[in-house]
Design a protein around this ligand. Structure first.
Ligand code: M6R
Length: 635
């Protein structure tokens, strides 16, 4: 998830503010989309009165986490350039997915000639094939990113078509047809005489017009105050922007009409995309985050594309025991995936809270695989756990959301989640993306060991790819969850019960309720209730029961009956149309059905929403809960 901005303005007009300053201001308002590096590119020179065209691209980039924009400001022009210069520019603030955060990997990226600059948000799924193809035809790639390929693809289209002079938008349109995956891009090209090309597929992009300028950005906050008229570029559309006009077409070249959007947000609301807080926004970003995490991971030969790996396939085949370590929600995602790992790979899998692992004298060897799961990649307990694992010769693989974080640098291999920055303290989209990332890893190991055949892996990958759709349906029930939240907001104590993969869902639901709504919420494996905790159930006690379909659903029904008969008020998470669970519960939070091993990503959504709404009914600050920090860098 990155932020992009593109502006073109009248080259004849005299401006007070340099375009560089405007672009950086816009990027500041997009920083919540990523902040590990940033850059801008400007058109300089241009067609002179004598007809000579000396147009060129001036570029500046910086990679200082959270400080890159300050760096850019230090070095950017402080006064407007001469007429014709300073009339078009693009900018980018990055959240690394392909290639570590560095100046070399920061956008904008240039083609070989330096006449085309591109900023990109998204994932080029077929980047390996394209990179090989472009290198073979003589292109020199200067970064480790998938994004840079787009600039070279445009150049390639121009090179291939020497007979006709390709109109500016046409080369980009053809280049984009060669890409699979997602993109929102802006292209600055010296041939466009101050115009810009923008396009999108699956990644967001809005365009605006007004005040002698046309502009595009990955999100509205960047444009607020610059333009009065906004339009959404629809999925699969490409547009050419001049200072006075926006002309859109689809990626097949058919003309399209842009539809205006009405915007009533102020800048702060816009940064949260209209949500009152970041947690609300991030919760709803989960389907997109899961989709991005899945994109392009299983490459054509059936191999899982790990982001960095110093672990060979042979070593993965030899693994005889897996240990997953993590804290809080990261621990819970490991608990979810332990089931799939053991089921698909038949490798015994242990799961530990990081701070316990390091002091329990674990038995590890060179055939152990330790997976450190950490959204931030900086959690001290998890870092210490993986240090120990390395000392004991185990192979260490990190699953993290932050490229080049400490955990990724200290591991043998890395699989990134691509959730984008998570600002709310409560983990939401990083929890769901950790689960799918770990599941892909489990599938890959199963395939390597010959436990699952390629077609079985493909079937499960299809089910994984369907998760974003199901998650969206679960999120659509927000209002129904809110009314249940209102009903229980005055409670003090809550119990969460589940079995199998439903148990970590119960743990995660309870953790959300504790950390943002400050309610005592305890989670138990449902079968364990009768061994003690059931003594706490009394008339009116609220019990959340994860009772979606699966081989243990009947047992969950029995557990629901046990607490009901002691007077509990039961709120069940159940699948659409499940009348047998509805008959037992006081309230049902419905979710769409999927296979049990994958269901936690969907089933957790109503519990996240419930905690969110209860917290808001109780007047709590959901983004900054008391006593908590987003990243815990102390033991
Ligand atoms: O950055 P990490 O994933 O290592 O963080 C681990 C926990 O601190 C984190 O999941 C915490 O429990 C969240 N606030 C839960 O919502």
């Amino acid at each position: 998830m990155c932020g992009i901005i593109a502006i073109t303005r009248n080259p004849e007009a005299a401006y007070e503010q340099p375009l560089a300053g405007i672009l950086i201001d816009c990027l500041e308002r997009l920083e919540y989309r990523g902040y590990d590096s940033a850059g801008i590119a400007l058109l300089v020179g241009g067609m002179e009165n004598d007809g000579a065209d000396d147009a060129a691209i001036w570029r500046i980039r910086a990679a200082v986490s959270k400080q890159s924009l300050k760096e850019l400001r230090k070095h950017a022009p402080s006064a407007p350039g001469p007429p014709r210069s300073d009339s078009a520019g693009i900018g980018h603030t990055r959240w690394a997915t392909h290639g570590r955060p560095s100046e070399q990997n920061a956008h904008p990226h240039l083609d070989c000639t330096g006449n085309i600059a591109v900023v990109h948000n998204g994932i080029v799924e077929n980047w390996r094939e394209l990179a090989e193809e472009l290198s073979r035809s003589g292109h020199e790639l200067a970064s480790e990113t998938d994004s840079e390929l787009i600039a070279h693809l445009i150049e390639d289209e121009l090179r291939m078509d020497t007979s006709t002079q390709l109109h500016g938008i046409e080369a980009t349109r053809r280049a984009l047809q060669r890409i699979t995956g997602s993109f929102a891009i802006a292209v600055l090209d010296t041939r466009l005489d101050g115009g810009l090309v923008v396009a999108r597929r699956l990644s967001p992009l809005v365009v605006g017009m007004g005040g002698g300028m046309c502009m595009a950005a990955s999100d509205l906050p960047a444009l607020l105050g610059l333009s009065g008229n906004y339009y959404v570029l629809e999925d699969g559309e490409i547009a050419e922007l001049t200072p006075e006009s926006i002309t859109a077409q689809d990626l097949d070249g058919h003309a399209r009409t842009l539809h205006p959007i009405h915007v009533s947000w102020d800048i702060e609301a816009a940064q949260k995309s209209g949500y009152d807080d970041f947690m609300g926004k991030e919760l709803h970003e989960q389907p997109a985050a899961v989709m991005d995490t899945l994109l392009g991971r299983f490459v054509s030969d059936g191999k899982l594309a790990l982001d960095e790996t110093r672990i060979t396939d042979d070593e993965l085949r030899e693994v005889d025991k897996v240990f997953i370590v993590g804290c809080g929600s990261s621990f819970h995602s490991g608990l979810v995936v332990k089931h799939a790992l053991e089921h698909w790979t038949r490798i015994p899998t242990e799961i530990d809270i990081s701070s316990e692992f390091r002091y329990r004298d674990p038995i590890l060897s060179s055939s152990s695989l330790v997976i450190g799961v950490s959204q931030s990649g900086e959690t001290m307990d998890t870092l210490q756990a993986i240090h120990l694992a390395r000392q004991l010769n185990a192979k260490v693989l990190a699953v993290s959301n932050v490229v080049d974080s400490s955990i990724t640098r200290q591991s043998d291999g890395v699989l990134y989640t691509r959730a984008g920055p998570e600002i709310g303290v409560a983990a939401t989209k990083t929890f769901s993306t950790q689960i799918v990332a770990l599941q892909m890893l489990a599938l890959y190991i199963a395939q390597l060991r010959g436990i699952l055949y390629n077609d079985e892996t493909s079937l499960i990958m299809d089910q994984l790819r369907d998760l974003p759709r199901l998650m969206r349906h679960a999120l659509d029930r927000d209002e129904a969850v809110k009314s249940v939240a209102e009903d229980i907001a005055g409670q003090r104590d809550l119990f969460y019960i589940g079995r199998n993969t439903g148990y970590p869902v119960a743990l995660e639901g309870a953790l959300k309720m504790k950390e943002i709504a400050y309610l005592r919420a305890e989670a138990y494996p449902a079968g364990e209730l009768k061994h003690g905790p059931i003594a706490l159930i009394e008339p009116g006690t609220v019990v959340l029961a994860i009772a979606t379909k699966g081989r243990l659903q009947k047992k969950m029904h029995a557990n629901i009956s046990e607490v009901k008969s002691r007077g509990a008020k039961v709120i069940a998470v159940a699948n659409d149309g499940d009348t047998s669970t509805a008959a037992l519960a006081d309230h049902v939070l419905y979710v769409p059905e999927t296979v049990s091993l994958l269901a936690p990503v969907v089933d957790v959504i109503p519990l996240q929403l419930l905690a969110y709404h209860v917290a808001r009914f109780r007047g709590c600050d959901v983004d900054r809960p008391r006593n908590l920090a987003k990243t815990v860098t102390v033991e």
